[in-house]
Design a protein around this ligand. Sequence first.
Ligand code: R5P
Length: 283
Amino acid sequence: MDWGMENRMGRMFSPASGNTVMLAVDHGYFMGPTRSLEDARATIAPLLPHADALALTRGILRRCVPPTASTPIVLRVSGGVTVLKEDLSDEHITTSMREALRLNASAVAMSVFVGAPHEHESLVHLGELVDAGEDAGMPVMAITAVGKELEKRDARYLALACRVSAELGAHLVKTYYCDDFAKVVEGCPVPLVVAGGPKLDSDRAALELARRAIDEGAHGIDMGRNIWQSDHPVAMLKALRAIVHEQASVDDALSIVGEEGGATAPSAARPRSATPRARAPSR
Ligand code: R5P
């Protein structure tokens, strides 16, 4: 890997754990002012110091994030369709590599729509973006199965979508947790991070999703709604960090939400283990 590319990857992934906690706030690019993200600046500000990377569009970056921020930026560069359309797969590249470099991004991200009407175009766009990324030393993150494609969230489909993304040159892939997730990991030779999807019933459910994903080989999370739609977003982000970087158990992580969020978490009274479970750093 070229120095610039490796340096950018290294900014996003902790050298100690080999993992990353990305905060996703790019939803407005096709969903508009999503609940709890209406005022993006207010949502992002308290969370920013606790994220290893921030995933968003150039519009929200320029208007809602101070340029003094040192958090690595994962810049979404695809779009062109909204939830008002039946088919979400007709996305194109909407932000140039030159713009990503100007914004000092650490990676660019685009959606791929495997199995959707515009599968072909989205995969060709991924190949072209990887070419541009290799030229610029910019990692490319492929995002599998957003929006209505979520209905296809099973290991067979996600393994295919992730592998195809890696074959076309993506340097990392964002996907979804599913049963048999280890099979998705096994078939994908680049790091995988998992999204959270729509808000789950409880903070515990989101922490369990993250715990299982890391245990089965994910290199981190790129999560949005289950953080900023939680009643305790900052505490939730810290709890996820404990899972991703310190191998905390779900109960231990949930107690962070209880302590920091001021909530009465079911396990808040339970003692936290003195030392997190050890885990060798990995890529
Ligand atoms: C889709 O809107 C984006 O790719 C999101 O960044 C992704 O779905 C992660 O956010 P969430 O955890 O809310 O699903």
